[in-house]
Design a protein around this ligand. Structure first.
Ligand code: GDG
Length: 488
């Protein structure tokens, strides 16, 4: 890795996210670190590896503040760093974390932002715990922050944090990125007035606030106008003594990694194995267990396809992978059992001893198997009823080095704004899904390639490295914008 240590004028990069960049596992009095391979971790790494980027002080590791699942005692005296990251664990008492993470974050903000207001639970203890937990993140940050450091706060678990930092550190650069949909005002206004205002003001402690799509940006600007009466000029909010830039930065993936994976021996093996054991047409889907992902609607769409187009019976395998998530929550357990039943019914009604219409796994899969399935599939069926972005569809497209395959994508995914060459469907409309599957199966290879090429080009141009680059370029440019706007 090129050593980008510069003159020392720039400070360190500090990421604050609910999750740390690695899992800490205790083994015989030692704590071992297993780095996550998630999108955010590689995106952040690109910031120091990419020579086009604004330079941080890379003589120091990237500092990462995040919640620790281990207790303070368990981590006492342990080194919490690997080659790239220095972790700063935040300890949150269990009862606070329950009301904060399970409560405010996942029982209120998540359903509200994904347009499930009926699942939202409004509870004063939740908000108190949210404030307490954000304060604990701030206190940890406060222990390590230096004047030139740039802080990048991630997601809906930490909306109050930018405001807390700004209050004590008026001069540090702060970025904030929201990974889920920001809802329309009619949803947002369901929050009690004091909560709404605290959240908007908290977010606006940042210099640059990022969302995946222009719609989310518009909704947030409207919330800022109506909740806190902040006026905006296009994407700039004037906060009397400073300006906040609110813009869209559609998160992306490491295109080259997925593209190159096509030729990796393990992936090729997985692809061949899948092809051999499955029918002539293969549909694939993978997502975390969540009501926002539209899994039941997807199954209903596939059921309709089998009812209406019997000529495809015995010729199609739908491989559906659901990754366990939040399954200690009753609602998620109920959803899991609905999925199990629906899969069972479809297989029983349509299948026979030679053919199983759905091959279903409730378990995550290793990376090479995932890409093996992406590249073995004729169709990726991605039908969230709401999704901030959705990275699975981008990974599917990037891994299709053979330029074949058809993406069926919900119009409710943020990614639909960028991937117009997919077959775009309404996930609530079973007939729409059924017809899209038929259309995909009948699509000539030349057309598949034409659509794939256009989507691949776009993701290649705006990969995850471009995403981080874009965000931090905006952070750097904001100083100049400050000067310019003051003169307007
Ligand atoms: C949130 C927002 C937004 C999944 N199963 C396996 C596996 N995965 C990987 C995929 C992909 C990631 O997990 C899922 O990302 P998504 O973006 O689709 O969904 P969320 O987890 O809901 O993420 C979302 C995202 O944040 C980023 O801002 O796009 O809208 O909800 O990378 O590949 N990976 C492996 N095995 C699996 O079984 N190896």
């Amino acid at each position: 890795m090129e050593n980008l240590t510069n003159s020392g004028s720039s400070g360190r990069l500090i990421i604050v996210a609910y999750r740390l960049p690695f899992k800490l596992v205790r083994e015989n009095d030692q704590v071992r670190l297993f780095q996550n391979s998630g999108g955010l971790v590689s995106a952040v790494l690109s910031l120091v590896k990419d020579t086009r980027m604004p330079k941080f002080n890379t003589s120091e590791k990237i500092q990462w503040v995040g919640f620790s699942e281990n207790t303070r005692e368990e981590l006492e005296g342990q080194s919490l760093a690997n080659e790239e990251f220095q972790a700063h664990p935040v300890f949150i008492p269990e009862e606070v974390n329950e009301n904060y993470y399970e409560g405010f974050c996942n029982n209120l903000i998540w359903p509200l932002c994904h347009y499930f207001p009926s699942l939202a639970r409004f509870n004063d203890e939740y908000f108190e715990a949210y404030q307490t937990a954000n304060r604990l993140f701030f206190e940890k940050l406060d222990e390590i922050l230096e004047p030139d450091d740039t802080i990048w706060v991630q997601d809906y678990q930490l909306m109050l944090l930018p405001g807390m930092i700004r209050e004590k550190y008026p001069s540090n650069k702060i970025g904030f990125f929201f990974h889920i949909p920001f809802p329309s005002y009619e949803l947002f206004r369901m929050l009690p007035v004091r909560w709404r205002k605290a959240l908007v003001d908290g977010i606006l402690g940042a210099d640059v606030v990022g969302f995946h799509t222009n719609d989310y940006v518009e909704y947030f600007l409207k919330a800022a106008r109506l909740v806190s009466e902040y006026g905006n000029k296009l994407h700039y909010i004037n906060m009397s003594n400073r300006i906040v830039k609110v813009d869209s930065f559609p998160i992306s993936i490491d295109f080259e990694k997925f593209n190159a994976a096509f030729d990796e021996p393990e992936v090729m093996q997985a692809r061949n194995d899948a092809r051999q054991s499955l029918k002539e047409k293969v549909i694939f889907s993978v997502d975390r267990l969540d009501y926002s992902k539209g899994i039941i609607h997807r199954l209903k769409g596939y059921q309709r396809f089998l009812e209406r187009y019997p000529e495809w019976h015995e010729k199609v395998s739908f491989v559906m992978v659901v990754v366990p998530s939040r399954d200690t929550i009753e609602q998620y357990q109920q959803m899991k059992s609905d999925i199990d039943q629906t899969v069972g019914k479809i297989n029983a009604d349509f299948g026979n001893i030679y053919w199983q219409p759905i091959i279903y796994q409730y378990r995550s899969m290793p990376y090479h198997e995932l890409v093996g399935m992406y590249t073995a599939s004729d169709v990726a069926l991605i039908t969230p009823v709401r999704d901030g972005m959705n990275l699975v569809c981008k990974e599917y497209v990037a891994s299709r080095k053979d330029r074949k395959g058809v993406l069926i994508l919900s119009e409710m995914a943020g990614a639909a704004a960028e991937l117009g060459e997919a077959i775009i469907i309404n996930p609530l409309d079973s007939q729409d899904i059924a017809d899209a599957i038929k259309q995909a199966f009948e699509m000539p290879v030349e057309e598949q390639t034409k659509r794939m090429d256009a989507m691949r080009e776009r993701i290649k141009d705006y990969d995850v490295f471009a995403w981080t680059n874009d965000f931090f370029t905006q952070m750097t440019m904001l100083e100049q914008e400050h000067d310019r706007l003051r003169q307007v």
